[in-house]
Structure formats: C-alpha cells, structure tokens
Design a binder for this molecule. Structure first.
Ligand SMILES: [Zn+2]
Length: 341
C-alpha cells in the first residue's frame, strides 16, 4: 500500500511517500481503508519530535475516517463495510473509566495511532476495535476525518468543560484553526457571544463570516490589552487553542470568577505564570477534556444537521503530506487540511 512514513523526527522533508506492506489483521483488530485523514497542528509537534512517546519510523495521522474491509479474530463491535472514525487511541475495556462506559478517559491505553503505532497517512490502517467510533450516516470521510480532534474537541470543551451559558462573552484563541472554528461556532450555538483572536488581518473577515462578533488581530502575547479596551471587566471565558504563547494573555483577558480552558499545545514551551493573577481574580484554569464518546456523537448530529460547519481549507493527495505540514506551519490554512489516499 502507499503510505507516508516519518523515518525520524525532524522537518517536513522527513515525511516520505512510499510503498510499505499492507498490515495483516491481528486478533481484536480491524483493517480500515482510509477514506480521508486530517492533518492537525499536533501532527507538526509530534513530527518535530515534541512528543516523548513518538516511535519512529511511523505512519503519522490520528484523525481519520474510513471503511472496515477486514475483521480480525475476536472482534465483536464491527463488520466489514462499517464506516468509522478513529478515536486516536484504543482503550483497555476494564479500568474504572472503561467500566462506566467512559472509554475516552481510559487509564491503560496501549495504542496511540500515528504516535506509537501506525496511523492514517496511508491507504489502510490497522486499528484495535476499541479505537473506533461509528461515522454518522450522511457524513463524508473528509468531514469524518475532522470530527474527533477538530469538531469534537472544540464542541466538548465549550459546551461541557467551559459550560458556556447564554449571553456570556467567550474569546477563542487560534480561532482560524480546526478546533478554534468549531469552538467559535459552538459558542454561537449556545446563544453566547463569540470573540476571536487571530494573528492575521486577512483571516479576520472570514472569522466574522463564521460568526465572530469581535475579531482581535494580534500576533503577540498581550492581546488582553485589546480585550480590556473593549470590555474592561474582561470576557467570561477563554477557549485557548494555542498554548503557552497565548495562555498568559488569555488569563489576563478573563473577568473575575471567569474560566480559561487550555486546549492547544501548538506551542509546547513551558509557561511562566503569575499565580497571583489566578488567585486574586479567582479564575478557573481548566485542562482540555478532549472529547467524550457522547459529545462526539452529539457533535456529529450537529454537523449532519448543518448546525456546525466543518471548515476544510483544502484536500490534498496523500503524496503531499509534507506540503500539508508546511502550509500549517506557515499558518496558511483556514480550518483543517485533509489528505485523501
Ligand atoms: Zn480502560
């Protein structure tokens, strides 16, 4: 089969489009014909070697959708022909989280697709039966590839982690990325007021079209000044889709008793933080809850019903995976880039 192999961590040039053996189906696993695989900022961090668990050589790609073409011994959840979305990891099936049906919070994961075992930058992927969710009818593979880490994560963290209420004002940083655009639309869907932060003036108009009531253009780490000029008390909540380069200013943008949800790790550098700003203003600093299976299913229905748009900047053939990484690195994309094998 054709696949893109990352021989070792480094620049996008290390991503090589080549022929490798199609995986043989093993017990408990299924073979998925990959219909589409999205490229996330997280892929860039991992490709550079920014994740301690990265195994090389590896086929990257944790956000993919496709069709099951072979079922291994012992598989009970799936049949040939089922349309599925990769959940990024498998789950053990018997830890406390799995026992209560909350397998996305499993504490004993053994496979992380695209990171510790091969993922979706390929024509076929071998996935544990517990590493997949059903793709809702009516959704294309391209859309399905964006459901987990872009739409699901943005939706779940706005609706459930930040628990955004009607009429609240919510700032989304990294708003023109896949997660940011999902977060922005979810804020609007909850009858709250979405504000967007972007680094580029040319993306501002498109963010307004997506529903942002205020767009703040600021390439630096002191955008809270612009936030406070417009709203002296600060916003009710910030959904931070970037990481350490924005989190400090996100906290300073937030009102007393407000909350900040840290989703993004585009910039994985350590953060120097004045704890006083959290203590004095009683701000809740929350970590991302990724996406639960329930929230993923709910998000798929919203996409199917046209309530949330999946913004795909462009689709590229699998052979152009390195180009996809370069475009994302240059912040040249609005929404996700999707590879089609
Ligand atoms: Zn488990």
């Amino acid at each position: 089969m054709k696949a893109v192999v990352l021989e070792e961590a480094g620049s996008p040039d290390r991503l090589r489009y080549q022929e490798i053996p199609t995986p043989e189906v093993t017990p408990g696993h299924v073979l998925v014909r990959v219909g589409a695989c999205a490229v996330a900022q997280r892929d860039l961090v991992e490709r550079r070697g920014g994740h301690p668990f990265l195994q090389t050589p590896i086929v990257q790609g944790h956000e993919f959708a496709g069709e099951i073409v072979e079922v291994g011994p012992g598989v009970t959840r799936w049949s040939i022909g089922d349309r599925v979305v990769c959940l990024y990891t498998d789950s053990c099936g018997d830890c406390d989280a799995c026992a209560r049906g909350d397998e996305r919070r499993c504490s004993r994961i053994s496979e992380s697709y695209g990171l510790t075992v091969n993922g979706g930058y390929a024509q076929f992927a071998l996935v544990h039966e517990r590493g997949l969710a059903p793709l809702a009818d009516g959704l294309s593979f391209e859309v399905g590839a964006c459901m987990l880490s872009a739409i699901g994560v943005g939706f779940n963290n706005v609706k459930y982690k930040a628990a955004v209420q009607p009429d609240e004002t919510v700032l989304v940083t990294g708003a023109s990325g896949g997660v940011g655009l999902a977060a922005l639309q979810t804020v609007k869907l909850l009858d709250a007021h979405p504000w967007a932060l972007t680094t580029s003036q040319e993306k501002a108009g498109r963010l307004e079209e997506m529903g942002a009531e205020v767009v703040i253009v600021d390439p630096g780490d002191s955008f809270h000044r612009q936030v406070r000029q417009r709203r002296p008390d600060g916003v009710d909540a910030v959904i931070d889709c970037v990481g350490s380069s924005t989190l400090g200013s996100s906290i300073k943008s937030t009102r007393r008793y407000g909350r900040v949800v840290a989703i993004g790790t585009i910039d994985p550098a350590p953060l120097s933080l004045k704890v006083g700003s959290l203590v004095v203003h009683a701000i809740d600093l929350l970590g991302s809850d990724n996406v639960t299976l329930d929230a993923l299913g709910e998000a798929m229905v919203l996409v199917r019903d046209g309530k949330i748009d999946v913004v795909i900047d462009r689709t590229l053939p699998l052979s152009e995976a390195a180009e996809a990484h370069r475009l994302l690195e240059a912040r040249a994309a609005f929404g996700r880039i999707v590879l089609v094998p």
